[in-house]
Design a binder for this molecule. Structure first.
Ligand code: URA
Length: 239
């Protein structure tokens, strides 16, 4: 009897260790409250699995779940993975991603954060063919998972990158072609999901900034507003 119980426990422990190992941990993340969020994100990744819920799954190489600090104060939300992201299974690693990384690191100079300290995800987790915009049905299918990610991470601010992300994060229901990021950027809006309410700063997508570098100054001004809110959380009620 005793040895059966011991064997069961051994089996359970080895299952847990293998689970963490599969997610790249070299040791068990036993300290701090981060463990809960990390575990919840891993469970969510597990729930998504080898997703075949929408047609984007047919053309993808890797699903891009998102990455960063589970305790991030800021979450950046893009549109969908591009070619490089699809290859690597990580968000924003191509040319636009390098620009985003520079922006984040510059934003963090004062407050002491860098890319690894924020969280980066996308509206759609699989690459649309030819880098087209994700379609409404694809967004609808994928969005519940991003919502769960946001609920777990619970960031103080969401920065939405580009039109598709802003439209979705702000919960707009009209067609994409009547939503203009040029008009919406730079003003805080609100992400709502049940009881959850998080300020959203819509700004330009870094891929657009690569094509239109003269608008980088506007994105930098949007970033300043984000930093101001991070430094003075009491302002939240005034937005
Ligand atoms: N563009 C996006 O919107 N997301 C990525 O991850 C990469 C490029």
């Amino acid at each position: 009897m005793t040895s059966m119980v011991t064997n069961d426990i051994r089996g359970d422990i080895s299952l847990v260790l293998n689970f963490y190992k599969a997610f790249g941990f070299e040791s068990l993340p036993l300290d701090s409250a981060d463990t809960d969020k990390e575990a919840a994100l891993m469970a969510l990744r597990h729930e998504i699995g080898d997703c075949r819920r929408c047609k984007l799954s047919k053309g993808r190489t890797n699903l891009v779940f998102g990455e960063g600090n589970p305790n991030a104060r800021i979450m950046f939300v893009g549109e969908a993975p591009g070619r490089e992201e699809d290859k690597e299974g990580r968000p924003f690693v191509g040319e636009a991603g390098q620009l985003l990384t520079r922006l984040i690191n510059k934003m963090g100079e004062d407050l002491g954060f860098e890319r690894k300290d924020v969280y980066i995800a996308n509206i759609a987790k699989c690459r649309p063919p030819g880098n087209r915009d994700p379609e409404a049905d694809e967004i609808e299918t994928c969005l519940p998972f991003l919502k769960k990610q946001i609920a777990i991470i619970s960031p103080e601010i969401i920065v939405s990158l580009g039109k598709i992300s802003a439209h979705t994060m702000l919960g707009r229901s009209g067609p994409f072609n009547s939503f203009f990021i040029t008009k919406e950027r730079g003003k805080f809006g609100e992400y709502r999901d049940g009881e959850i309410s998080i300020p959203v700063m819509p700004t330009f997508h870094p891929a657009y900034l690569l094509r239109t570098p003269s608008d980088k100054v506007k994105t930098w001004s949007d970033a300043q507003a984000v930093l101001k809110l991070l430094k003075h959380p009491a302002m939240r009620g005034m937005i």
